[in-house]
Design a protein around this ligand. Sequence first.
Ligand code: DP6
Length: 392
Amino acid sequence: MAAEKVYRASTTAPVNIAVVKYWGKRDPKLNLPTNSSLSVTLSQADLRTLTTASCSASYSAAEGDSLILNGEPSDVAGARTQACFRELRTRRAALEAADPSLPKLSTMPVHLVSENNFPTAAGLASSAAGFAALVRAIANLYELPASPSELSKIARQGSGSACRSLFGGYVAWRMGSEADGSDSLADQVAEAAHWPDMRALVLVVSAAKKGVSSTSGMQQTVATSGLFQERISKVVPQNMDLMEKAIKERDFPAFAEVTMRDSNSFHATCADTYPPIFYMNDVSKAAIRAVEAINAAAGRTVAAYTFDAGPNAVIYYLEKDTEAVVGTIHNVLGDIDGWKPAAIEGLKSTVSLDEGVTSTLKAGVSRIIMTGVGEGPIKTDEYLVAEDGTPV
Ligand code: DP6
């Protein structure tokens, strides 16, 4: 008997870092947020997930769907992953019902193999790229005619921030108002090419112990913080408007101020959570002081910091200000972890930082990632599952 065909599709998906933060769920089951958010998609040359989705009638029905992540078997039984599988299968089943000549892929187990091109230990938002790649890869496998916004509603159920990784450039997640989540989706505010000189410098800071997960942290904030109400009703709606305008007009000082204020506001609601949650540590705070010193020395805003649910600093800047921003950070840290940025060769930043800031950064930053704004998921012929169905 001829071996059963193995169907395969591969995609890459990017990481995104929010400049107006998602923090709070109004419906934890459907993963509907308490506020809209906006992010910058980072270049996949430096940070991306590659995922191959495959299915075959020869895959064991008893073993069911599976995922190998960075070489290790990973659990797919969780409600969020199951929601993504269910939504995608339902859409494929509808296509098969409408056209009986289509192979019945919706009835076959799905095997996924996924790899990040950056160390998971870096504590970077890998769940966003991971769920975006999972959804995009299965949608490609099933040949679903769904738009990226349509798929963002599925990825959202895997991890909220993942819905924004279905697009490149500058991306908004509109909170929506429907109870079924049908209008809670991502859309593109501007393509990467609209403002291509945007750069991001990630200062990887090792946390002494694992912090509170975003999922649980935001639930505690919603339940206990009074300040949070002010954030979702006034601060975020205003920041969304200001941020969209800043991006449309390529106004970096405005972009930077909203980015820093929104990060501060988000972390203030964490501190106002009872008991309080602290994601930033002394190294993070030193990074804030460094950005302030860089901006003061330049006499204008050339750099903006932002922090997610962990101590890593992400600093946005424009390429023309590489000397002031990257030059200064490189002066402080030197060639840590083999970091020799070609972009600053021959340039010499003269911004001097406070001794305390310098020593804290030197002791606490373990790695630097220099990247830029980039594209959304890209279909590829690179497969992590061989033609016979074995993981490669
Ligand atoms: C601080 O998307 O990780 O990075 O929906 O529970 O999976 P879940 O949360 P997640 O939260 C991200 C929070 C954030 C801000 C942001 O990315 O907007």
